[in-house]
Design a protein around this ligand. Structure first.
Ligand SMILES: Nc1ncnc2c1ncn2[C@@H]1O[C@H](COP(=O)(O)OP(=O)(O)OP(=O)(O)O)[C@@H](O)[C@H]1O
Ligand SMILES: [Mg+2]
Length: 346
């Protein structure tokens, strides 16, 4: 080791003479596990271009090295901190952007809510007003049957307004990620048949509802929040019937993939214009081709909020004047119930 160092030094000495240049290097010495750094220099002296001697010296620069190393550490720490702060800044900027977007969306929803509900409430309110006026004027002369009829009318109109308000509240909850998902195992067939029957009768048996179930999934269990599931499929089946006034039937098809249960509701009705396919899940937005078909434009936003809460997906395909299919994909399993992984589902 020392031999090599001595040889190296001799070489450097000769190099300084040859090149007529100062040669500088740093020796790293290990003394009982403690390192020290010595900066050494060979400085050749030439007088009248004739070599005379070499000045050689060494300076202990260990302290300098230590300071340099600490500076280097400090720099890397600083860089790391800057990186962290920049990421934090970007994250908070993104969060701000998201809350701004939500705020804009909520504001739009509010104004749309005010204009739609004030319009939607006008009819029931004037019906209530009319019934109240009638009772006030004729109550001494009214038969109990007529009185009951008028009061029933008031109750019906109030119920209609309550449904509308509940729908709006549910959409609001969906936007705020506050819809609770409590899945339980239920019989798939019972679940679907009950919904089919309910819609069939509430639509005055206007359409046949055909169940397509080639794999007999109706005999299996499905893991779903029953209330949310009912909300989804009652809305989809009612829409399918409502928006296909000239057809006689709609279908509901069950299938299954490895991780998802798939339920497709298909009708052969008016269809949805291509340009409106992405908007129909927004509250109060209705297709331009609905003509006189009644509605507030809230059903699909409730469906979307419920599908999101379940952690599923909904896709729509439609051909104008030909029909539409709403494809709902529901997860077969739910991730472990940590608040993080269930964001938007609680
Ligand atoms: N099966 C369908 N066929 C054709 N258009 C549809 C169908 N389902 C939904 N749409 C279009 O999407 C719009 C939004 O649907 P959504 O269910 O939210 O509202 P709606 O049925 O008009 O009113 P509501 O459900 O509040 O009674 C509808 O107005 C219609 O233009
Ligand atoms: Mg609807």
């Amino acid at each position: 080791m020392y031999k090599r160092q001595a040889q190296d030094r001799r070489d450097l000495f000769n190099k300084a003479i040859e090149t007529k240049q100062q040669i500088e290097w740093i020796d790293k010495l290990n003394k009982e596990g403690k390192y020290s750094y010595i900066m050494r220099r060979f400085y050749p002296i030439f007088i009248n271009n004739i070599f005379h001697y070499v000045i050689g010296y060494g300076v202990d620069i260990s302290e300098l090295k230590k300071t340099q190393y600490q500076l280097h550490l400090l720099n890397s720490n600083l860089e790391e901190k800057i990186r962290e702060r920049t990421t934090e800044l970007i994250n908070s900027e993104n969060k701000l952007k998201i809350s701004l977007r939500t705020e804009i969306k909520l504001n739009k929803l509010k104004s749309k809510f005010i204009s739609t509900t004030s319009h939607e409430f006008r009819t029931p309110l004037s019906a209530i007003n009319f019934a109240a006026g009638f009772i006030k004027k004729y109550w001494t002369k009214m038969s109990p049957a007529i009185m009951e009829q008028k009061i029933n009318r008031v109750e019906e109109q109030v119920a209609h307004m309550v449904v509308l308000l509940d729908d709006v509240l549910l959409v609001g909850k969906g936007d705020a990620g506050e819809i609770k998902n409590n899945p339980t195992h239920i019989n798939f067939g019972n679940f679907i048949y009950e919904i089919m029957e309910e819609v069939y009768y509430s639509c005055q048996k206007s359409h046949e509802i055909e169940l397509i179930d080639p794999r007999e999934l109706k005999n299996s269990a499905i893991l779903i929040d029953e209330k949310l599931g009912r909300n989804i499929f009652i809305n989809l089946l009612s829409n399918a019937i409502k928006f296909s006034p000239n057809a006689k039937k709609i279908t509901i098809e069950l299938s299954s993939e490895k991780e998802e249960t798939i339920i497709v509701v298909t009708d052969f009705g008016i269809g949805i214009p291509k340009s409106e396919l992405t908007n129909i899940f927004t509250p109060f937005i209705r297709g331009k081709n609905v003509d006189l078909i009644q509605g507030t434009g809230l059903g699909l936003s409730i469906v979307k909020a419920a599908v999101n809460a379940i952690g599923g997906k909904i896709i729509v395909t439609s051909i104008i004047n030909n029909g539409s299919s709403f494809i709902v994909k529901l997860p077969k399993k739910y991730k472990s119930c940590t608040k993080q992984s269930f964001r938007g589902l609680l």
